[in-house]
Design a protein around this ligand. Structure first.
Ligand code: SF4
Ligand code: ZN
Length: 300
């Protein structure tokens, strides 16, 4: 098999695109497509300072590496979730990555805020771990983006197609209207971008392999029953029979006028405690802090 770009011997094949590449041409085309997505959605420019959310996983570290290679001005944000060895290792890998490339990393430990890790917080909140974790991460990431142009996350095509699938089968219209590669800044909600939205999980894994990026290979131990893993598995099964279907599904959705509404379906107020935009009087994060403080005695 030969590389579709330079015609030398190929080292990898991507079934979804029916294309083979040598390592050099793959990295070239990967970075080119990333740049095209950034330009198409006007995500950011060379003058912006971008905060990259880095978990220690393959997607976020590859994104930070790729944006750095393209010459963007970036810093990292790592949130330690207090999930035992998994969180220790994630933070260590992220720190090693940033030291090696001389990039600035900001770390937040949720135990400094709640005195508890995600699993215990979720029990107090009486919600599943991933839901609690997602809400806490969104809040902290938004707050930490205060002095940056935008927050970039490593969500890839597989993640977004799975989220879309879940939002459609449950008719979560509020989420559907916000599922876009760029969420514009609104009041206390900072600008958020997803530069990997058109890049497959498999391509990111190849990129990390070629660039020798070390990342945490274990799945989060709390992810086992997450709905998104379930939706991803279903889409992967369809993809096996119909290569390219994930990409067509997501791109088709983004092209439809009805869903191009980047606004919010419900009106938002400012949280009476922290000022964060919320549908209720007090935001979920402040409500959770209150609840946890009653159990573990944190002073607000
Ligand atoms: Fe958080 Fe769930 Fe992701 Fe683990 S799998 S990091 S608990 S959202
Ligand atoms: Zn609040």
């Amino acid at each position: 098999m030969y590389c579709c770009r330079c015609k030398r011997e190929a080292s990898l094949y991507i079934k979804s695109y029916n294309s083979a590449f040598c390592n050099d041409c793959f990295v070239y085309s990967f970075l080119r497509r990333l740049q095209q997505t950034i330009d198409k959605f006007k995500m950011f420019s060379a003058n912006d300072n971008i905060l990259v959310a880095v978990s220690g996983g393959v997607d976020s570290l590859s994104l930070w590496d790729a944006l750095n290679c393209l010459g963007y001005n970036t810093e990292g944000l790592h949130i330690n979730l207090g999930i035992g060895d998994y969180s220790h290792l994630s933070q260590k890998i992220t720190e090693d990555f940033s030291h090696k490339r001389n990039l600035k990393l900001n770390c937040i430990n949720i135990k400094d805020i709640f005195k508890r890790g995600i699993e215990e917080i979720a029990k107090i909140y009486k919600r599943i771990s991933c839901r609690t974790c997602g809400m806490i991460k969104r809040y902290i990431m938004n707050k930490e983006t205060e002095n940056y142009s935008c927050l970039a996350t490593g969500h890839n095509l597989d993640d977004e197609a799975a989220a879309l699938f879940g939002n459609i089968i449950n008719w979560q219209e509020g989420f559907l209207s916000r599922q876009y590669p760029v969420l514009e800044e609104r009041d206390t909600l900072k600008r958020k971008v997803k530069p990997f939205i058109f890049i497959l999980e498999q391509e990111i894994a190849y990129y990390a392999y070629i660039k020798k990026i070390k990342y945490i290979e274990d799945e989060c131990p709390l992810s086992l029953n997450s709905p998104s893993s379930f939706y991803k598995n279903i889409l992967n099964q369809i993809e096996l029979k119909m290569p390219g279907v994930k990409s067509r599904f997501l791109k088709g959705f983004l092209e439809r006028e009805y869903f191009k509404n980047k606004g919010f379906t419900s009106s938002l107020n400012k949280c009476k405690i922290c000022g964060y935009l919320t549908v209720a009087e007090t935001c979920n994060f402040c409500r959770l802090r209150e609840k946890v403080s009653q159990v573990v005695g944190i002073k607000n």
